[in-house]
Write a new protein. Structure first.
Length: 349
């Protein structure tokens, strides 16, 4: 395994991090524990969860992912030899955001963040989180596949300074070590950094946003914050929900596959993404690589990525994902990737 600094925290996190959002929906508790054991045996030391998981979010399964991790922690012990991250849900501002968590009252204010964290810690059977993330912004934004800024005047948003003050108090209480953003924009990142500096409050250590061969939007504005402000990217959906593995090519719908089972992930199901994926798969085969190795090794090599968060429903998938840390792409492969990107720029934002 390889390790990189998480922002300015001093934490060395594994280049491959373990995503967990299928646990409790597509994976059983026993399978979750198997994945955790295997990942740690391979040197993975970052486990990423959320109070909302598993996905798709439903009232009857909400919190199950954290509960599965909690029973594993209780069985295993040794809490200090891995880093545990989770997320607090943001407010419900469109139909895709879950309204069942705390009766839909999920503003990023003191009451809700505190309640969310306490509930997560209880499910996870731990006293603290190494990284606590704001799952999505308190305001309306052009995230989760929206192509245009929505220009919505929200009735109310929690001031950034108020959210930061809550996180600061939770740090002082020893419940969280660091905090991060998720699904955030350049403007939002700038606001958090500005208020943190002005009021001597905690600054974000990381940002967890989608990043893959078919979604390189992070490079346009946010990568500069990694470069100049030391805020690391935790890349999610590096295989674009499996699209970049090639398993959905030519209209295929494999049994039990995520895009076969759920209609929620439409941002990865469009003709433009299919066309780009077909070219990336062909490029991989041309150079004797698996499509998964190509897609993950490319994300691994980006300087602004601290950890590449992979999700798997089988141990074979997880092994291949972790094996990507040993793959280095040569100049011809990288040139081929850039040529495809010019033809198919960001079809799955």
């Amino acid at each position: 395994m390889k390790y990189r600094q998480l922002g300015r925290t001093g934490l060395e996190v594994s280049l491959i991090g373990l995503g967990t959002m299928t646990w409790g929906e597509q994976n059983t508790e026993a399978q979750a524990h198997q994945q955790l054991d295997y990942a740690l045996s391979r040197g993975v030391n970052l486990i990423d969860a959320a109070e909302m998981y598993p996905v798709p979010p439903k009232p009857e399964t909400q919190g199950r992912t954290e509960a599965y991790i909690g029973t594993w922690i209780a069985r295993r012990g040794k809490r200090d030899d891995f880093y545990l991250a989770s997320k607090v849900a943001g407010p419900v501002r469109d139909a895709k955001r879950p309204g069942h968590i705390r009766d839909g009252k999920t503003f990023l204010d003191r009451k809700n963040i505190t309640a969310a964290l306490d509930a997560s810690l209880k499910r996870l059977q731990t006293d603290y989180l190494d990284l606590y993330q704001l799952h999505w912004p308190d305001r309306t934004t052009s995230t989760f596949g929206k192509l245009n800024y929505p220009w919505v005047e929200d009735d109310y948003t929690v001031p950034v300074e108020e959210t930061l003050q809550v996180l600061s108090d939770l740090q002082k209480a020893g419940k969280i070590r660091h905090f991060g953003l998720s699904n955030e924009t350049p403007w939002g990142m700038a606001q958090f950094l500005k208020h943190a500096e002005m009021k001597n409050l905690p600054r974000p250590a990381s940002i967890q946003n989608p990043y893959s061969l078919v979604n390189r939007v992070y490079e346009i504005g946010l990568s500069e914050f990694t470069h100049h402000e030391g805020v690391s990217l935790l890349a999610y959906s590096p295989l674009a929900m499996g699209v970049l593995s090639g398993k959905y090519l030519n209209g295929a719908h494999p049994a039990k596959a995520r895009l076969t089972l759920f209609e929620r992930f439409t941002r990865y199901s469009n003709p433009e993404t299919d066309a780009a994926a077909a070219e990336y798969v062909a490029l991989a085969k041309q150079h004797g690589l698996s499509p998964v190795a190509l897609a993950l090794a490319w994300v691994n090599a980006r300087k602004f990525v601290a950890s590449n968060l992979v999700g798997a429903t089988t141990l074979d998938q997880l092994k291949e994902n972790i094996d990507s840390v040993e793959v280095e792409l040569n100049a011809d492969v990288l040139a081929g990737i850039e040529a495809i990107h010019v033809r198919h720029p960001n079809p799955a934002p």
